[in-house]
Each structure stands twice: as structure tokens, then as C-alpha cells.
Design a binder for this molecule. Sequence first.
Ligand code: NAD
Ligand code: MG
Length: 407
Amino acid sequence: MHSSIADGLCERCVPSEPPELNRISVLGATGSIGTSCLDVIAAHGSRLQAVALTAHRNWEPLAQQCQRMKPRFAVLSDASMRQQIGGNAFPRETEVWFGAEGLERIARHPDVDTVVCGIVGAAGLRGAWAAIEAGKRVALANKETLVVAGPLVMQLAAKTGAVLLPVDSEHSAVFQALQSGRRRDLKRIVLTASGGPFRGWSRERLEREVTIERALAHPTWQMGPKITIDSATMMNKALEIIEARWLFDLDADQIAVVIHPQSIVHSFVEFLDGSVVAQLSPPDMKLPIQYALTYPERWAATSPTMDWTRSHQLDFFPPDDEAFPALKLGFEVARRGGTCGAVLNAAKEVAVQRFLEGNLKFVDIPRACGDILKEHNFDAQPTLTELLRLDDWARKEMQQWKSSQSI
Ligand code: NAD
Ligand code: MG
């Protein structure tokens, strides 16, 4: 049995009080999550402190962030950046490290209380793993950590006592809603999805009319390019089904998805007596980021709040599984577990890259991922090494995937 955050919630509420001064490493500081996170830290400067910031290659925005936040450490995880950076770009008080080992060093650093995992893709696993191993409070935006290695990550957290706090808005909503009841009285959770820019489109229309520009224009959320494309295919929701499966220790059939175009209800939970508890707020990641940094406390908002003097309309529709087959893949992977998450995620990352380069059709993203999932050598209880090897294998398969391959 995996230790789940929801079980842990009741037992670990008191020990997981945030420290008086919460010293934070932000992995992926220059991204969409990272930037919002720095705004939250800056708004609560007397109780939150940025100790370390990281980026992969974009050193100029990282240097600007360091000028603003004056962290002790900065990491450029692409080691070749050592040759690129300008002389006085970083402030004197910031020590700059290069290479991916730097991520681990700042994730484990004794002067760090909380690690925000805001790196995109499977590349985020390394830093998240180090933080969990070191028993930190971990504010997890990087859903791929759980998609790729969910059972191993949850086992590790149970062993080290690391507190995993979800940042993904749906999982934060479930986490918040779960606090109104007992875990054992939970019937199921319902993840909301905006439906993305192609909500309501038929399969035929998706075949003909999708462009990269349209796929990158999300109607309600401002996010990095990969997750924005994942929202358009609904692959993001597939990953979130898998993330929820491990985080809350649920069976796949305890998870449902509903389309909610306004992105105000961020998800809900249903208890055995039929009572449904939801979390609502305008679509802004600063709220779930801040909650992960302050849990179990709640501090004044740094993002817009609901204006209940205005009229609001909240709509809910069932998803269209035929036009968006990614959802079925998500449920399949949540059901089978083992090596499936690592394979689906790696295949999907390369598929998105190929789509953005203009050499894979939008509708082929889930189709190709399904093919590669089917072909892979399934193992129900893989080690981390095996998962990383399969991640590599699935990337190569997807690079070579051609439409004729599909049946
Ligand atoms: P982004 O593309 O805006 O930023 C990614 C960050 O990761 C950047 O700082 C970049 O320098 C760094 N990075 C990229 N490749 C790296 C590598 N190989 N090694 C180390 N660092 C690397 O991404 P984002 O939209 O902020 O998303 C970050 C994570 O949060 C993703 O896992 C995403 O699914 C999740 N998430 C994002 C949102 C959102 O609103 N953006 C919402 C929910 C969950
Ligand atoms: Mg989400």
C-alpha cells in the first residue's frame, strides 16, 4: 500500500506546519510556474525566502530574477552555459553552479525547507527525487515526476517523511476538498478540464484545421508551450489522471473527467453520501502555488479573487473521447501502472516537439503514443533504472514513428 497524501493529511497536519521563515529552492524559476512562484515569494517577503533559483539555458532571465530576489544560489542545469554567461550578470551574493548535479545539490541543501518543482517534462524527476529523498516539503508542479515513477516516488516519500504538496490546480483542488471529510469516505474525484482551444471540435475538423498557432492559444490559462499543447490534445488531463492515481492512491475508476470551459471549479471530490465538495477560484496558478508554500495555513491572496457581485455561469460537459482519444490512454495507464507512465510521457514529449517543428500531425499525437505504449515491454514493478531506460527507448521510437505504422 502506498502512503498517500490524503491519508497523510490527517496524521501529518501538525508536523507539516510551514517554518516561520520558509526557505525555498525554485527549480525551473524562469518558466510559467517559476515566475508565478517568485511573485508569491516577493509578495510575502517576510515569511518566504528564495534561497536558490534554476533555469536550463535561459541565463538572462535567470540573472534578472537573481538581481530581484538575491538568492544564495543559482543553477544553470545545461553545463555548456558556463561559457555563455556575461561577466556581471548575476549579483555578487549569488553563487552560480552549472550542470544537472546542481539541481540535486540545491534540492538537498540543509538550508532549504521547501523545493518547488517547476521544471517541465521528465527532466524534472531528478530534482524532485533528490528533494523527496532529503525529506523536504515538496511543492510539486512537475506532474511528470508522478506520471513516470508514481509508485516509487510515493514509497520514497513515505520512507523519508517528505511532504508532497500538489501545485497542479486540479490536484490542489482535490487536496483542499478532501480536507472536508475522511479519506475512507471518499467515493471518487472529478477532475475538471477547460477543453482547450479545440473544445467542441470533431475529429474531422481536428484533422483539417489545427495549426500550431491555434494549438498554442489556450482560452483560460497562461502556461509553458508543452503543457499548452498537452491541453489542446487533452493529454494534459491524461497525465493528471495518472498523477491523481498515485498522489491520492485511487483506483482508475475512482477518477472522472468533466469539461468545464470557465476554469473556475478546479476539481471536486464526491463522498460516499453523495455530497460533492469543490474548490473555486479564478484561473491563476499563484493560488495553488501559495497554498503549497503555506499549507496548512492560508495567507492573503496574491492573485485576483472571485467577484460574487457579478453573474457567473459555470458549465459542465462530458468529454468527447472520440475526438480526444488521449483521455482513454490516461485511464489505461492509470489502470496498468508499471512502466506505462514512463513510456506514455516520453513518447508524448517527443510527439509534442515534432508537432511544434511541423513534422507530426496534431491528431497523430495520441495515435502515435498509443502505438508505442502497445509495443513496449511492459513490466508491472520496474526499478527507476528500468523506467529511465524505457523513457529513452520511447523517445527514439517516437522520433521514428510514421503515420503508416498505425493500424
Ligand atoms: P515552462 O516551459 O514555462 O518552464 C519550464 C522551466 O523548466 C524553465 O525554467 C526551464 O528553464 C526549465 N527547464 C526546461 N527544460 C529543462 C531541463 N531539461 N532541465 C532542467 N530545467 C529545464 O513550463 P511550465 O508551464 O512552468 O510547467 C512546469 C511544470 O509545471 C510542468 O511539469 C507542467 O506540466 C506543470 N504545470 C504547469 C502549469 C502552468 O500553469 N504552467 C500548471 C500545472 C502544472
Ligand atoms: Mg492542471
